[in-house]
Ligand binder design. Structure first.
Ligand SMILES: CC(C)(COP(=O)(O)OP(=O)(O)OC[C@H]1O[C@@H](n2cnc3c(N)ncnc32)[C@H](O)[C@@H]1OP(=O)(O)O)[C@@H](O)C(=O)NCCC(=O)NCCS
Length: 158
């Protein structure tokens, strides 16, 4: 089931993000990769700025996704599923939940080299945005290098 995450979930979220993010290792530009991919301090800052939802089975979180309303859109941030739980439909369930809940346009950004993630979102009706740098600058607060190495996709709700 999908549930909202609490502050006490931070260790589980930390593990899920850093395990899932290993998919990027050796794929995204070397200067964009670091280990752990997200520190606990950064995660705690992110948890104050956005709402995390998780997929739970038998009391264990297996995947997470965060929603962040910004201006007139909602950003989907930090979507990660534990490596040994991927391709079981967990990411799709989290995304369907987002689509049901959010009434604004949904935007998501990911590394251009993460072709599996781009395919995942396209399968769910997201489309690559032309002028992606403009979108990434307007709605995200990320470094210029990350903007250069990323794409943005959008989904029109309702
Ligand atoms: C992308 C991700 C969130 C999708 O979650 P998931 O639970 O694995 O996805 P689902 O099982 O709902 O959907 C699977 C679909 O996603 C895509 N996909 C996911 N992982 C893939 C992989 N390793 N290789 C190729 N395609 C993949 C495929 O389109 C797949 O469909 P298929 O199995 O019919 O080929 C998850 O794989 C993940 O955490 N990946 C690593 C981190 C990442 O890329 N996050 C996205 C950041 S924006």
């Amino acid at each position: 089931m999908v549930r909202k995450c609490k502050a006490t979930d931070r260790e589980s979220i930390y593990r899920i993000i850093n395990d899932g993010a290993l998919a990027y290792k050796g794929v995204i530009p070397g200067d964009c990769w670091h280990e752990p991919y997200m520190s606990l301090a950064e995660l705690m800052r992110e948890m104050k700025e956005m709402t995390f939802f998780g997929w739970e089975e038998e009391g264990r979180l297996l995947g997470v996704m965060a929603f962040q309303p910004v201006k007139d859109v909602t950003l989907i941030r930090h979507t990660y599923v534990l490596r040994d739980q991927q391709r079981r439909g967990i990411g799709s369930s989290l995304l369907s939940y987002a689509k049901g809940l959010v009434k604004t346009r949904l935007l998501v950004g990911t590394w251009s080299d993460a072709t599996w993630a781009i395919r995942f979102y396209e399968k769910h009706g997201f489309r690559l945005l032309p002028h992606k740098d403009e979108f990434l600058r307007r709605y995200w607060n990320i470094p210029q290098r990350q903007i250069e190495a990323s794409v943005a996709l959008g989904f029109e709700s309702r």
